[in-house]
Design a protein around this ligand. Sequence first.
Ligand code: UDP
Ligand code: MG
Length: 341
Amino acid sequence: MSLPFRLSVAVPLYNEESVLPEFLRRTRAVIDTVAGGPHQMVLVDDGSVDRTWALLEEAAAADSRLVVVGLSRNFGHQAALTAALDHCSGDAVVVMDADLQDVPEAIPLFVEKFQQGYDVVYATRASRKEAWWLKLCYFLFYRVLAMLSEMRLPLDAGDFALLSRRVVEQLRRLPEHHRYLRGLRSWVGFPQIGIPVDRAERHSGKSKYSIGKLLRLASDGIFAFSIVPLRAAILTGALATALSVLFAIYSVYARLFLKRSPQGFTALVLLITFLSGILLFFMGIIGEYVGRLYEEVKARPLYIVGKTVGWPPAHSPALPATEFATEPIEASRSAAQVKNK
Ligand code: UDP
Ligand code: MG
């Protein structure tokens, strides 16, 4: 007889005291309708400075299906998500935001597809309720990334998704520091499918993604999944060289046969500033890659766990068999550091 299906819901939270009660109520109501169980919710407090942790602790004390993990400080959305994945023990994991923009009511649709044999079921944004300029930026970003990336990344897909256990285990093996999980998720492979889900408005509170953080996530997407920007430097260099050779030939021709030399101080200044601009631009791009190399080489942990409640979970017939499973603090250490101890 096979074991009953167990679902985990992985959620990062940063200062979400105002949505948390409603989020728990709605999500619980939905997972109660999913066959199998007991299901699990893994809530990671990403260093909140409001009452999020207190509320989480309270909720975990009252419900043994909750695992709550408090990080030692704010590590950012993608790191908190990684922490959540590390603490899930279900056969499938639904990754979602806490602000109810990802509607919990879509979870049964994901589970249905999972049971049809898909390893990754992601929500594509059928519609989003955000400012028009933000929508335009998202639209352009996903398309530019798809153009630049050698991999086929689905358009308009966010982090809201269901991942099978084997996909989660593969994701956990990826040590990348700059994580762009929705890209890594595609990279892992296995049968994947997108289903259209409307993206709701934030229930309450403010977005924790400032424009700066959004840009950083976008550049993580581009630099982690493409080296086209580096190739662009070669192309631009080749083009500039070709133009300059042509101009040199023309100059010799003009001197010998037309008896005049090309002139133009203004043109010279323009050319120098233009080319220096391009040079600096590409140095910046190379710098981005070098900086990322540096970050990866340091191999600092992605997150540090400060406190947990409900971990390890009481009913976990299939705790992932990794060295991290029972010691969340170890999970946050890099292999290199553990070796050096
Ligand atoms: N979040 C987090 N750490 C951060 C920023 C955000 O854990 O540093 C969480 C946040 O609580 C939410 C999710 O990540 O559950 C998505 O954040 P948000 O809704 O602010 O982003 P948006 O939907 O506006 O892109
Ligand atoms: Mg949101």
